[in-house]
Design a protein around this ligand. Structure first.
Ligand SMILES: [Zn+2]
Ligand SMILES: [Zn+2]
Length: 310
């Protein structure tokens, strides 16, 4: 039950209706990339929140975009305002809606400050704002469920930042049995033949804000089925050197290292607000090398995904 007890039921249902309204900027757009459903918003300096609804998690909370209140686990990459400012609001809104307290996985160095931030809001708001913090860092393996773990990794940025990779163990049909009719597979199973094997897979990696070094540093980033990579700058008004000095990726950096990416799909995010849809699409069409064209797309300011570009 929410913080207003019984009265909150009506309020909660009204709120739920508002939050589900088709006018909500980000509701109802759920691209599926490399078998993963996403609800994402990301504009450099404005807001980043990448939701994976089937896993009940989000990477960063941004300003808590509509729909993010449904995610009970938030993995925070760093504390820049465009990634973290909605945190207390997210906890408060979940409380208002009578949802279980969220868990925030946060960089170790940020734990004390974030707890202080929540304590301040509790005092200002005269409410409990229940939530749980879990401090974590590179080398940790956070259990997400029976078959999944989340692995934080260091992302070089202006302030401490860590990305996250979701590892999964999946049962798959052994390669020698692929293509056999169901009846035959059933028969083999009945005979006690082990037709499945367990495979390890990096389902998704999210860079957070980072320089291109994040790709060179971590195999998880290069090998994830879906890589969600920031690409703040795309033209020479902000050259790659200046992008690096600001702690960000330039499209030129990606093109230069095109051979490093083993990913099934790459979603570029966090474009500077100076670029409109036309500029992003034209630039990617013009400059992307052949081996990236067919497996790369871009997240636009309104939450739509454009691409691939082959
Ligand atoms: Zn940012
Ligand atoms: Zn940042």
């Amino acid at each position: 039950m929410g913080r207003f007890g019984k009265v909150s039921r009506t309020l909660a249902s009204i709120l739920k209706r508002i939050l589900r309204s088709p006018k909500s900027r980000y509701v109802g757009r759920m691209p599926r990339l490399a078998d993963i459903d996403l609800e994402a918003t990301s504009i450099g300096g404005i807001e980043t929140c990448i939701q994976l609804p089937p896993l009940d998690l989000a990477f960063d909370i941004g300003r808590c975009p509509r729909g993010a209140e449904n995610r009970s686990r938030i993995f925070l990459t760093h504390t820049h305002m465009d990634h973290a400012s909605g945190l207390a609001y997210h906890a408060s809104l979940r409380d208002l809606l009578g949802r279980p307290p969220p868990t925030y996985f946060v960089p170790r160095d940020n734990l004390a400050d974030l707890e202080l931030l929540l304590a301040t809001y509790r005092r200002l708001d005269r409410s409990d704002i229940p939530c749980v913090f879990v401090a974590c860092g590179p080398g940790d393996q956070l259990v997400l469920g029976k078959n999944r773990t989340v692995h934080p990794f260091r992302s070089p940025h202006r302030i401490f930042c860590q990305g996250y990779a979701v590892h999964a163990r999946k049962k798959k049909l052994r390669s020698e049995f692929v293509g056999l009719p169901d009846q035959e597979l059933r028969r083999l199973r009945m005979e006690g033949v082990e037709i499945q094997e367990e495979r390890h897979e990096i389902e998704v990696a999210f860079s957070g804000d980072a320089t291109i070094d994040v790709v060179e540093l971590h195999a998880d980033v290069r090998q994830a089925k879906l890589l969600i990579l920031e690409c703040t700058f795309i033209d020479m008004d902000m050259n790659p050197g200046s992008a690096r000095a600001r702690g960000h990726v330039h499209l030129h950096d990606i093109i230069e290292r095109a051979d490093l990416f083993e990913n099934q799909h790459i979603l570029l995010t966090h474009f500077s607000m100076r670029y409109g849809e036309g500029k992003i699409v034209d630039t990617l069409r013009r400059l992307l090398p052949k081996n990236l064209r067919g497996r790369l797309s871009a997240l636009l300011a309104d939450g739509r995904v454009v691409g691939p570009f082959d």
